[in-house]
Design a protein around this ligand. Structure first.
Ligand code: 5GP
Length: 256
């Protein structure tokens, strides 16, 4: 058996060459990093849960006409995706103040924003992914005006859909990060959603208690990170209703 060619290794995922031209395999690692990789850990089972949660969300988004890179899940840690040229922007949608928005603007965490706000950050680890304006994006040619318009419109549709989906299972979607790519279809190029959507890239709070069910548990040393991700998967109906902390180990064991 020949070794697969690795295309790219990120902090939480690896991309391998796919079986057909124009495809890639996205592998979800258990590695967790925060604060630009200054803080690191391996969280047993995180990759398995993120693979399943991202599959679920991408499939639901496809069903409502949001174009994305997901083709199918291959196994517990891998999914087949469409190859895209990643646009070097992190697109953040916020419904409630938290994280860097609260720090930057002095708005208390948990305060509902007057409307959903879309932010762009330039994807550059060395610089800590700085916040940029559409002016920067246009001037430096990171994306065209048409691409920015498509991204904002897709990001807001994704937000509407995901707010509804999570609120139905008692979760408040505070904010999340998206990445988009250029998908070449013959002569045409289309902007589609790429990367992943998971508790690594979203802030998800329990509606009743405000308990954090996302990566802030890791960033802020709250413990119970994988258990929180499993709770999200359980509420979405991805894993068994009865699955609790201990079952997470059963669910993920042998699935490295
Ligand atoms: P903040 O700007 O407040 O740190 O993050 C806003 C939202 O985007 C949060 O849900 C956070 O998880 C997500 N986010 C921001 N930057 C990154 C990143 O580099 N990686 C991931 N996975 N999520 C990010």
């Amino acid at each position: 058996m020949s070794r697969r060619r690795m295309i790219y290794e990120g902090k939480a995922k690896i991309l391998y060459e796919g079986p057909e031209p124009g495809t890639l395999i996205q592998y979800f690692k258990d590695d967790a990093t925060a604060f630009n990789a200054e803080k690191k850990a391996v969280l047993d089972g995180k990759g398995v849960l993120n693979n399943r949660i991202s599959e679920f969300l991408m499939t639901r988004l496809s069903a409502v006409g949001i174009p994305n890179h997901f083709i199918k899940r291959l196994n517990m840690r891998e999914q087949l995706i469409k190859k895209v040229e990643i646009i070097p922007l992190e697109v953040i949608v916020r419904n409630v103040a938290a994280g860097t928005m609260s720090k930057r603007l002095g708005i208390p965490e948990g305060e509902t924003l007057p409307r959903a706000i879309v932010e762009f950050c330039y994807k550059k680890d060395e610089l800590g992914d700085p916040l940029v304006s559409e002016e920067h994006i246009a001037a430096f040619g990171w994306a065209s005006q048409q691409e920015m318009d498509d991204i904002v419109s897709l990001a807001l549709r994704i937000n509407d859909f995901m707010c509804g989906l999570f609120s139905a299972v008692g979760i408040r979607l505070i904010d999340f990060k998206l990445e988009f790519g250029r998908h070449f279809e013959g002569e045409m190029v289309r902007t589609i959603l790429a990367d992943e959507i998971s508790p690594d890239s979203c802030r998800l709070w329990d509606y009743e208690t405000n308990e954090k069910l996302d990566k802030d548990r890791f960033r802020r040393d709250l413990g119970g990170v994988t258990e929180a991700y499993a709770e999200v998967a359980r509420r979405l109906g991805i894993i068994k209703e009865s699955a609790q902390g201990g079952d997470v180990i059963d669910f993920t064991s042998g699935m490295k």
